[in-house]
Design a protein around this ligand. Structure first.
Ligand SMILES: *Cc1c(COP(=O)(O)O)cnc(C)c1O
Length: 427
């Protein structure tokens, strides 16, 4: 696989380099200029998820790692399914929340973690990341127990919900969690300083494992095939996919699936009030506003960092701009969406509700709509209970951690203290 820096296409890297490096020069994203076309899609759609995903990832990555190794990465990463729930008539929900942290980020996070271990040739790596909640859990679980990898997660003291904190701080072993006496920005500033510090960066082999890593994005392509495979055969070429979007990685993956031959009819980008992309598609002007807080808070992003990849797909002729529309769903409509789905017998949460309302606005009678359920409703328990007025049960994964001890260390919001801590723990 050959990837180019979208800001400087003289920088060309392999899949391995792109995964290890994350970003290219000038903070440019890595992206291929073509995608392999799968010529046996009908047959692929009859296969089980893991076996089909191995074929897709082998086609994408090529022979760089070897077929057996790529297949092993897929099998280790995808140990849970992505069921398609039938909601009503021509509407379905693709449930991406059956992984260990109950959000779709488990798919990409676990594939990236497996890839990094494989590519590091037994050299130790340190993953350093700051979290305001969910990313920390996905990263911690994805790397937990893997050889030669240490993970350090910084989070702001008192600003993460108790259940979220328990999801990443009770694992122990190679997962080190640090409660910082400061806010999320202070945590992020400490991470930046660590990457700027030559001794920390080189001696501890730092890697950020962040959301722009190409391994995450490619892994997400697989569940779109899984979605279409679960539709009745006569509906498989009518699917409209509505993606609740924040950084737009999930939508980019959907478009890659289509570029590889999956017969998706068209796409809807569903956003909350952070509507930079919907406004851009109407006006052609890229004008991010100040980010506003919403109940679908994983999408509270006004400068989506994967958008340049989607733009590149349009420019390279890999995706058709006319097949993408966008909808902005405000807070009231999001709540209405959660209630309407509940009336249809489906307990949902705000992110999925944004995608559901966007779908309802634009779907035609002869189309089949699939909206993505990106998180389990229990992850947004308080919000959902407030909207519905009924209790939401905790699934086993969350109920189990609720009784475990938090194993975090505490540090001031000071890089010197972090550096000393990291060398003491990991050096
Ligand atoms: C991260 C996230 C999103 C947004 O996905 P992007 O790929 O960043 O667009 C939507 N819903 C939930 C629950 C998320 O955690």
């Amino acid at each position: 696989m050959k990837l180019f820096n979208l800001k400087d296409d003289t920088e060309v890297v392999s899949f391995s380099q792109a995964v290890k490096q994350g970003l290219g020069r000038n903070q440019g994203l890595f992206f291929p200029k073509t995608f392999p076309k799968l010529d046996n899609v009908d047959e692929l759609l009859t296969m089980p998820f893991q076996a089909r995903s191995a074929i897709i990832m082998n086609a994408l990555i090529g022979d760089e790692l070897g077929e057996a190794a790529t297949t092993e990465l897929v099998n280790n990463a995808f140990q849970f399914g992505a069921p398609l729930a039938h909601i009503t008539d021509n509407v379905y929900s693709l449930e991406l929340f059956h992984g260990p942290t109950l959000a779709f980020k488990d798919f990409g996070g676990r594939f990236m973690a497996q890839s990094l271990v494989k590519l590091s040739d037994n050299n130790p790596i340190t993953i350093l990341t700051a979290t305001s909640g969910d990313t920390g859990a996905a990263v911690a679980h994805a790397f937990h127990g893997l050889d030669n990898i240490n993970v350090v997660i910084l989070y702001p003291k008192g600003m993460v919900s108790p259940l979220q904190e328990k999801q990443f701080s009770t694992l122990g072993d190679n997962i080190h969690t640090v409660e910082v006496d400061g806010d999320f920005d202070a945590c992020q500033a400490m991470v930046k300083q660590a990457f700027d510090d030559k001794a920390v960066r080189e001696e501890l082999h730092l890697n950020s494992a962040n959301s722009i890593n190409i391994a995450r994005l490619l892994a997400q392509v697989c569940y779109y095939f899984e979605a279409v495979s679960q539709l009745p055969k006569d509906k498989q070429d009518k699917a409209v996919i509505s993606v609740p979007s924040g950084n737009f990685g999930n939508l980019a993956a959907a478009m890659i699936a289509k570029a590889m031959g999956l017969p998706i009819k068209r796409f809807i980008a569903a956003t909350n009030a952070n509507d930079t992309v919907p406004r851009y598609l109407l006006s052609g002007l890229w004008e991010p506003n100040k980010t506003v807080a919403t109940i679908s808070n994983a999408m509270d992003i006004s400068s989506p960092n994967n958008w340049p990849r989607i733009e590149a797909m349009f420019e390279l002729g890999l995706a058709d701009k006319s097949l993408l529309s966008a909808e902005t769903i405000d807070e009231d409509y999001t709540q209405i969406g959660v209630r309407q789905l509940n009336e249809l017998g489906y307990v949902s949460e705000p992110h999925a509700a944004v995608a559901y309302k966007a779908l309802k606005r634009s779907i035609a009678e002869d189309e089949v709509g699939i909206f993505l359920g990106t998180a389990h409703p229990a992850k947004f328990k308080e919000t959902v209970e407030n909207i519905l007025g009924t209790p939401v049960a905790l699934p086993k994964e969350l109920a189990d951690v609720a009784n475990k001890d938090v194993l975090s260390d505490a540090l001031p919001a000071d890089f010197a203290a972090l550096k000393e801590y990291m060398f003491k723990k990991l050096g």
